[in-house]
Design a protein around this ligand. Structure first.
Ligand code: PXG
Length: 440
């Protein structure tokens, strides 16, 4: 390690085993395209596109230029009662890409904020329509909706909730998750079994009475829990049940939106239109933190009542629609269009699927899952040491193979670049195979 990094002690790292990390830090100080560089100049291939964020590669020149220009033109302006030209343009741009009927956009700074904003909009919508009794929120086991109180509460990842159990927001219930390795192991694309799990929503409607439920939130493809594509027909069925009971359907597309599923939105890929879509990550290619909540026209219109000088939604962030973030977002949308990024992503799917499923018969592997450019390889946990194999894969890939690989417990996750070079993708999987072969 060069002298640039001497003492990491002050830095409390997020979602990281701090003591283990600080004993042998993995510090990145540069990036370009599909590679990172460390302080000592080592080049590493990024198999995770940042953290699902940077689909068109790091330091894309068009985005760099737009950000540099914007920061020297308008660095910030008040986001309440005034706004900036770039935020207006980006809202128009992304609603034009959204499924028909989804016409309005509220800006946030992250996926977690997008989720909490969406939940608040859902509650406010029903109340504005005289259905203030609709307060219950439904999430799903294994769901990840960020770390703020709302998202944590509707989320279903146990370690993220455990310590805060008493502080979870009330009135939340969860559908069962759809991971069924027994029936669906090694499925390519959407698993065949499990559509009946959507009936869990009917069960909760029977239990709580559907008229008390405000919204259901799901990731179209669960990401953080280890890439869990929905059973074929499942999302369609959720949509039907929501319609029957007047419940808003929220798709948390923080990962799925902007090309990860080969389209601007996962909703488009599945042909299922929710009422609200939450986004972040690919909105700016990860360059500047930003999120957006997209809503149906009827939701926005429900708020537009009362005296015109009054605020309709008492919610917003100092940095909502930040001009530099919005400039990054506009440049990102330009690149998606000019480079045909979503088509590129679709073109890579088959190769990615084949590479992933070449691990189907590996001795440590119990499941391989994929959909779009989301994929995972789940390993059996080592006797008495759950998570150890996954942690070893991450570290060995970094130190021995110059690969940045994401592992959650014993599941290795993949988020290849939307514009990956097939040879580089192959080489990265060859490195991962060497590491898996070397594991006990
Ligand atoms: N919703 C979803 C579906 C997400 O994937 C968030 C909300 C929260 O976003 P912010 O920007 O507040 O972090 C996310 C974030 C992983 C991993 O390993 C995924 C996320 C974050 C950290 C790790 O898959 N997604």
């Amino acid at each position: 390690m060069s002298s640039a990094t001497t003492n990491l002690d002050a830095y409390w790292m997020p979602f990281t085993a701090n003591r283990d990390f600080k004993a042998k830090p993995r510090v990145i100080s540069g990036a370009s395209g599909h590679h990172y560089t460390t302080e000592d100049g080592t080049k590493l291939y990024d198999t995770f596109s940042g953290l699902w964020t940077s689909g068109i590669g790091h330091c894309h020149p068009k985005i760099v230029e737009a950000v540099q220009k914007q920061v020297a033109t308008l660095d910030y302006c008040m986001s309440f009662q005034t706004t900036n030209d770039k935020a207006i343009a980006l809202a128009e741009r992304i609603t034009a890409m959204a499924p028909k009927g989804i016409d309005h956009c509220f800006f946030t700074n992250s996926g977690s904020e997008s989720v909490d904003t969406a939940l608040k909009i859902a509650l406010g919508y029903h109340r504005a329509r005289g259905e203030g009794n609709r307060t219950r929120l439904i999430g799903r086991e294994k769901g990840y909706h960020g770390v703020n109180f709302g998202g944590m509460s509707v989320g279903g990842i146990v370690p993220n909730r455990k310590v805060f159990s008493a502080a979870l927001i009330p009135g939340v219930d969860h559908m069962r998750h759809t991971l069924d390795i027994g029936r669906n192991a090694f499925s390519r694309g959407l698993p065949a079994h499990g559509i009946e799990l959507a009936e869990d929503l009917e069960r909760l409607c029977a239990l709580h009475d559907g008229s008390n439920i405000a919204a259901v939130i799901v990731e179209p493809v669960a990401g953080s829990a280890g890439v869990i594509p929905p059973p074929a027909g499942y999302l369609e069925r959720l949509r039907e049940i929501c319609d029957q009971h007047g419940i808003l359907l929220i798709f948390d597309e923080v990962i799925a939106a902007f090309g990860r599923l080969g389209h601007a939105f996962g909703a488009e890929r599945f042909g299922v239109t929710p009422d609200i879509i939450t986004t972040a990550k690919g909105l700016t290619n990860g360059v500047i933190p930003m999120g957006a909540v997209l809503v149906r026209d009827s939701i926005y219109e429900a708020f537009m009542q009362g005296p015109e000088h009054m605020i309709e939604l008492f919610h917003g962030y100092t940095y909502s629609g930040h001009p530099v973030a919005a400039a990054a977002g506009l440049a990102t949308m330009d690149v998606y269009k000019e480079e045909g990024t979503f088509e590129q992503a679709r073109g890579l799917e088959q190769h990615f699927e084949d590479l992933l499923h070449s691990f189907d018969d590996h001795k440590h592997v119990i499941d391989v899952r994929n959909f779009g450019l989301m994929g995972s390889i789940e390993m059996a946990a080592r006797e008495g040491a759950p998570g150890a194999r996954g942690a070893e894969v991450h570290k060995k890939c970094f130190w021995d193979e110059n690969l940045v690989v994401r592992a959650g417990m014993d599941t290795v996750q993949f988020s290849p670049f939307l514009n990956s070079n097939p040879d580089e993708m192959e080489q990265s999987f060859a490195g991962i195979r060497r590491v898996l072969d070397s594991l006990e």
